[in-house]
Design a protein around this ligand. Structure first.
Ligand code: TXA
Ligand code: MG
Length: 322
């Protein structure tokens, strides 16, 4: 199936595909998701196979609203506060599994469940049409950068996968993940919702060094070091350029460009140094530069505040990936 425009007829086709236990890629406000009926283990297995994902890496379940989420997960006071404040939106909560259990395969055998209510109108419509929770990791091959445009999904999975075309994802960065299985919540993944915003609502356990995990410990299984990796070497905090390197810029490039005679291939995450714009462009620009096979992708320094934390996290993973 090709990339499908979001007509009512195509929405029905995609919903039927999902109900039948097949995969479809759907737009969310963060990144494209490779979706399957979360209640159907055979369908979920197809996600792992298609992604080439290690089976211990559990999936996020998407539901239309908090009431539905509470069928599958147990929400304590902190989880409720966060859900009420930020859903629908780019926040995933890890909560103890609830009365109606999602299959082990989705949770990779963990007693907890990662769940979120996405804000994208097409994703919301699909959830209504399918009438079942949807398991959906980012729609990229395991270890590859997340897909923020339909063409990225097609590039990773080929033309057989149905991709619902919602255009570019409005945020372009994965959801923030907060673990609410303990009395004080813990940040598991910095993401499109800034840590500062989360901290305005609940106390957060020290953001222990999630930027440089050294083990594959299942406490935060998503934080494998090799993740979000392009083929090309990525060099961070670049203040000068070597010959053959492409430049992934942030803000004003005048100074760094004086360090090379050549006019390097340059993409600018945000010429005006706006972190939200940089988040939106990050994966698309990494893919674009990667496709040109420079000797390395040199990335200018990104400030650590606000969304810069999540951007820096993804870049460090991209740099560590090779
Ligand atoms: O924005 C997003 O969250 C996107 C869109 C499609 O919703 N999804 C996404 O999924 O980024 P994925 O599979 O690429 O990342 C989910 C992360 C993984 O790192 C996984 O290990 C972690 O969530 N995770 C899932 N269940 C978990 C659990 N029970 N405990 C801890 N981490 C969990
Ligand atoms: Mg992913």
């Amino acid at each position: 199936m090709p990339i499908l425009l979001p007509t009512p007829a195509n929405l029905e086709v995609v919903a039927a595909t999902l109900r039948a236990g097949d995969l479809a890629a759907l737009p969310t406000e963060t990144v494209y998701g490779l979706a399957a009926d979360a209640t159907n283990p055979q369908a979920v297995l197809k996600i792992y196979t298609a992604k080439g994902r290690p089976q211990f890496n559990p999936l996020i379940v998407h539901v239309p609203d908090l009431v539905t989420a509470q069928i599958y997960g147990q929400f304590d006071e902190n989880a409720l506060k966060l859900a009420r404040t930020f859903w629908p939106g780019p926040l995933t909560l890890v909560v103890p599994s609830g009365g109606e259990t999602i299959p082990d395969l989705v949770r990779a055998g963990l007693p907890s469940l990662a769940i979120r209510v996405p804000a994208h109108p097409l994703m919301q419509q699909l959830l209504q049409l399918v009438g079942r929770p949807l398991a959906a990791p980012s729609a990229n091959k395991s270890g590859h950068v997340s897909a923020t445009q339909p063409a990225h999904v097609a590039a990773d999975f080929g033309p057989d996968l149905a991709v619902l075309n919602g255009g570019p994802c409005p945020l372009g960065l994965e959801s923030t993940i907060v673990d609410c299985t303990t009395p004080t919540p813990t940040l598991l993944r910095a993401g499109a919702l800034s840590t500062a915003d989360v901290k305005r609502v609940v106390m957060l356990e020290s953001v222990d060094n999630h930027l440089s995990p050294t083990t594959n410990a299942p406490h935060a299984p998503g934080m494998l070091l090799k993740h979000y990796a392009p083929k090309t070497k990525v060099r961070l905090h670049a203040t000068q350029l070597d010959v053959g390197e492409a430049l992934l810029a942030f803000g004003n490039t005048a100074e760094i460009l004086t360090t090379t005679q050549h006019q390097p291939i340059t993409l600018n995450l945000s010429p005006s140094a706006n972190l939200a714009e940089a988040a939106l462009n990050l994966f698309a620009m990494l893919r674009e530069l990667d496709a040109l096979s420079p000797t390395a992708i040199a990335v200018m320094p990104i400030p650590q505040e606000g969304l810069g934390e999540a951007i820096q996290d993804r870049l460090q993973r991209a740099a560590a990936g090779r």
